[in-house]
Design a protein around this ligand. Structure first.
Ligand code: SF4
Length: 447
C-alpha cells in the first residue's frame, strides 16, 4: 500500500544549492511523510537517504560521488537502505549516475519530485534501480506549496525553468522550460499560509518577471492580486531579470509599497556591454543602468543587490574594470560574486578564450574588497534610523530578537525585560538603529 511504504523508517535529505532546492527538499519531506517516512537528522538513522544536488557551483558531480561514498558503509550494514539522488545533477546526468555509482538505488529529475513516493515504492518492491528524469514541459505546473513548519517568513514557488539560455548557465538544461503556476492557485496558497501564521512570502522562480498565468496575468498583476486579495503583510521575490523589469512592475511596487518590500535582487552579471552580449543577457550596461534609475526614482530608498561573474571567457582587464565601475555607480547593498567556471551543455563552455584561473581569482578578490567597503558605507547610513522590523526569531543564548526590515536588513535587538521575548515573533515593531555592522544592524525597541 502506497500510504505505508515508509513503514515508519527515517528519511534523511542532504541539500545543496539555491533556495529553490531548499524548497524542493521541504516538498520531498512533506510527500514522504504522507507515506509514513519520518524525517531524521542524521543519515545513520535513515532507511532512505536522498541527496538533493546542485550543479551551479564547481565540481557538482564530484560532490555527489563523494557524499554517496560516505554512505557505503551504512548500506553494507543495512542492505535495505535506499539511496537516491535528485536535483540538478540528477537531471543532468540521469542514468550515468547509476552506472558510475553502484551503491545508488535511484535517480530522479527536477520534474519528478511529485512522483517520488511512487518511485521509492517501485525501487523497494522490485529491487531494481530506477531513473525518472524526464522534463514534463507540456504538463501544467500545478504544485501547491508544501511546507511543514512555515514560520513567519516562507518561500513560495511561482514558476520554474528558464527560456533565456544565458551562455554561462546550466539552469535551462536542469530545470527545463519556463512554466508558471496559476494566479488563482497562488492566491489560495498564500491565503492558506497566512492562516498558518505566515507574515511574509518570497516568491521564487528562476526568472520571476517571465511569470505568465494561463489567465494571461503577468508578474505585476500577480503582485497586485496578492497585495489586494490576501492578508499577507510582506511580499518579496527573486530572481528578477533586468531585461524584463518594466515600468508597470515599478508602478505596482510603488503603489503597493506597504506590502511589496523595498529590496530588489537585479543580477547584472557584468558591467561591460560586449561581455553582456556574449553572455546573451539581452541588455547593455546603459539599459541596465536605466532600469536602476527607473526603480530608484519611483522607490526612493530601495535596496539593490546583484550577481556578478568575473573572468567570463574573453573578459579583458578593461572590461572587468567596467564591472567595478558599475558596482561603484549602482552602490549595491550586497553582491553575490562568482568566478566563471564552465558548465556542461552551455555555449560559453565551448568558447576558446577562457580566462586563466589566476586572473579570475585576482579579479574576484578585487571585486569582493570593493564591495566590502561599499556595503559598510551603506550600512552606516542606517545609523540612528527607525525601521519597521518583522520579528522572526528569538536567540535565547544571546538574548536578542532577530528580524528584518523591508529593505532586507537583518536587525538584532534586546527584548524588554517586562515581556516574554517569544510574544514578539511574527509582530512588526519599530526599532531604532544604534550601530551598523556590514551584515547586521543592532538596535533598540521603540516602545
Ligand atoms: S536568466 Fe537566469 S536562470 Fe535563466 S539562463 Fe540566465 S542566468 Fe540562467
Amino acid at each position: 500500500m502506497l500510504q505505508d511504504i515508509g513503514k515508519g523508517q527515517g528519511v534523511y535529505i542532504s541539500t545543496y544549492g539555491c533556495q529553490m532546492n531548499v524548497n524542493d527538499t521541504e516538498r520531498m519531506y512533506a510527500l514522504l511523510e504522507m507515506v509514513n517516512y519520518v524525517p531524521v537528522e542524521s543519515p545513520e538513522k535513515a532507511g532512505l537517504i536522498i541527496i538533493n544536488s546542485c550543479s551551479v557551483r564547481e565540481k557538482p558531480v564530484h560532490k555527489v560521488h563523494s557524499e554517496v561514498g560516505r554512505y557505503r558503509e551504512l548500506k553494507a550494514a543495512n542492505p535495505r537502505l535506499k539511496i537516491g539522488v535528485g536535483g540538478c545533477v540528477a537531471q543532468q546526468e540521469k542514468a550515468k549516475l547509476l552506472k558510475d555509482i553502484p551503491v545508488l538505488d535511484f535517480v530522479f529529475g527536477t520534474d519528478a519530485i511529485d512522483t517520488l513516493p511512487q518511485l521509492v515504492a517501485e525501487v523497494a518492491e522490485t529491487h531494481q534501480r530506477k531513473v525518472s528524469a524526464r522534463f514534463e514541459n507540456e504538463k501544467p505546473y500545478a504544485t501547491e506549496t508544501m511546507i511543514r513548519n512555515p514560520g513567519v517568513s516562507t518561500f513560495v514557488n511561482i514558476m520554474k525553468g528558464c527560456d533565456n539560455f544565458c551562455t554561462f548557465c546550466v539552469v535551462p538544461f536542469t530545470r527545463g522550460r519556463e512554466r508558471s503556476r496559476q494566479m488563482k492557485e497562488l492566491v489560495t496558497d498564500i491565503r492558506a499560509l497566512v492562516a498558518r501564521g505566515v507574515k511574509e512570502v518570497t516568491l521564487l522562480g528562476q526568472n520571476v518577471n517571465s511569470y505568465k498565468s494561463d489567465c494571461g496575468a503577468d508578474f505585476g498583476q500577480l503582485l497586485r492580486a496578492l497585495a489586494e486579495e490576501t492578508d499577507i503583510e510582506r511580499i518579496r521575490y527573486t530572481t528578477s531579470h533586468p531585461k524584463d523589469f518594466n515600468q508597470e512592475l515599478v508602478e505596482i511596487s510603488q503603489k503597493y509599497r506597504s506590502k511589496i518590500c523595498d529590496y530588489i535582487h537585479l543580477p547584472a552579471q557584468s558591467g561591460n556591454s560586449e561581455v553582456l552580449k556574449r553572455m546573451n543577457r539581452g541588455y547593455t550596461r546603459e539599459e541596465y543602468l536605466d532600469k536602476v534609475h527607473m526603480i530608484r526614482e519611483a522607490i526612493p530608498g530601495v535596496i539593490l543587490s546583484t550577481d556578478i561573474i568575473v573572468g567570463f571567457p574573453g573578459e579583458t582587464e578593461e572590461q572587468f574594470r567596467d564591472t567595478l565601475s558599475l558596482v561603484r555607480e549602482v552602490g549595491y547593498d550586497n553582491i553575490y560574486p562568482f568566478a566563471y567556471s564552465p558548465r556542461p551543455f552551455t555555449k560559453a563552455a565551448k568558447f576558446t578564450d577562457q580566462v586563466p584561473e589566476a586572473d579570475k581569482s585576482r579579479r574576484l578578490q578585487e571585486l569582493i574588497d570593493l564591495q566590502r567597503g561599499i556595503s559598510f558605507e551603506l550600512a552606516r547610513e542606517f545609523d540612528g534610523r527607525e525601521l519597521a522590523i518583522l520579528v522572526e526569531r528569538y536567540k535565547a543564548d544571546e538574548n536578542h530578537l532577530m528580524g528584518r526590515s523591508t529593505q532586507n536588513k537583518i536587525v538584532h535587538f534586546v527584548p524588554p525585560v517586562s515581556a516574554e521575548p517569544e510574544q514578539f515573533i511574527g509582530r512588526t515593531v519599530r526599532v531604532k538603529i544604534l550601530k551598523a555592522f556590514p551584515n547586521v544592524l543592532r538596535g533598540e525597541l521603540i516602545v
